[in-house]
Design a protein around this ligand. Structure first.
Ligand code: NDP
Ligand code: MG
Length: 331
């Protein structure tokens, strides 16, 4: 494993280039502000009439239309929602892509599944912070950064790797360390992680635990504290000190109970289902489903969003977080 730190990366590869950052959402905002503060020439490309246009202007960014930004840039860094990228690329970026340019991403999705096919003679690179844009920005301002990944899918100019790494340095990522990956590995592991563990797995684990306690007659507020609130404290321990550090900090009772029972929750059946989810990702089945959903204007996602907001744990949690000052009252 080679980790690239500040001392290993020369920002020279992008010092004389213009980078068009397309999109000013979570990643667009964090990355373009960091790269700009690192002395890189940044143009933010946005559609007219969208809500982020004013925000980017208020932040003092040099804002142009997506077409204009793509036209003048050497590097086009696409930071739009994944399901939107192919459409915007086709209409507003592709006509202006020139030989020797670099098309850059923070997630390999559209390249791996071939929704975007840049022409020959163009670099295809990735620099992906391992965290949300707000954290990319906050840690940069604090003088540090969050770790990141980089990948090169196409090296047309011979210095695509230097360009990707230099962008990572300008974003502050090489202060923490940047690892090399491929578009396939980043995309497949990222999708698997968010579906099986980080976003999907964890919420359903909490849900199941919460409703088990409530159905057994315990107070919902107590159930919430036990199955949701305390999770952060445990995850923070694992984040900082690994499993061993966590086991060391909880009681012996918790350690014995947890170690002797956990495989009954995440059992062979659960593991088989994880493998199925991974295969669906690898074979492009998930991407196909998500594309159809997006073309149909998200009927399933909207339905699931409604159901999620109606869950008892959400109502109990919202009241409790306010009562304990964990969530601001006006949010
Ligand atoms: P966001 O959803 O925050 O992007 C919002 C931006 O996209 C806004 O500027 C918005 O402009 C613009 N946009 C949305 N729809 C359109 C459209 N139809 N036409 C033109 N512009 C549009 O994206 P993220 O920052 O979350 O993700 C960007 C990339 O980074 C993705 O590839 C993602 O996978 C990756 N990534 C994201 C991470 C995260 O934590 N969020 C972490 C690591 C990688 P407007 O205001 O005009 O709507
Ligand atoms: Mg991810």
């Amino acid at each position: 494993m080679k980790m690239y730190y500040d001392k290993d990366v020369d920002i020279e590869a992008i010092a004389k280039k213009t980078i068009a950052v397309i999109g000013y959402g979570s990643q667009g905002m964090g990355q373009s502000q960091n790269m700009s503060d690192s002395g890189i020439k940044i143009i933010v490309g946005l559609r007219e009439g969208g809500s982020s246009l004013q925000k980017a202007k208020d932040d003092g960014m040099n804002v142009k239309t997506i077409e204009e930004a793509a036209k003048v840039a050497d590097i086009i860094h696409i930071l739009l929602p994944d399901e939107i990228q192919a459409d915007v690329y086709e209409k507003s970026i592709a006509p202006y892509v020139e030989s020797g340019n670099t098309i850059s991403f923070s997630h390999g999705y559209n390249i791996l599944f071939k929704y975007i096919k840049p022409p020959e003679g163009v670099n295809i690179t990735m620099i992906a912070p391992k965290g949300p844009g707000s954290m990319v920005r906050r840690t940069y301002l604090e003088g540090f950064g969050i770790p990141g990944l980089f990948a090169v899918e196409e090296d047309a100019t011979g210095d695509a790797k230097d360009i990707a790494l230099a962008m990572g340095k300008a974003c502050g990522l090489s202060r923490a360390g940047i690892l090399e990956t491929t578009f396939r590995e980043e995309t497949e592991t990222d999708l698997f992680g968010e579906q099986a563990i980080l976003c999907g797995g964890v919420t359903e684990l909490i849900n199941a635990g919460f409703s088990t306690l409530v159905e057994a007659g315990y107070q919902p507020e107590i159930a919430y504290f036990e199955t949701c609130h305390e999770l952060k404290l445990i995850v923070d321990l694992i984040y900082e000190k690994g499993f061993a550090g966590m086991w060391n900090d909880v009681s012996n009772t918790a350690e014995f109970g947890g170690l002797s029972r956990r495989h009954r929750i995440i059992n062979d059946e659960a593991k088989d289902e994880m493998k199925k989810i991974l295969r669906e990702i690898q074979r492009g089945k998930f991407a196909k489903e998500w594309t159809l959903e997006s073309i149909a204007k998200m009927p399933m996602l909207n339905r699931m969003r409604t159901l999620e907001s109606e869950k008892k744990i959400e109502q109990v949690g919202s009241k409790l977080r306010k009562a304990c000052g964990l969530e601001k009252k006006d949010e």
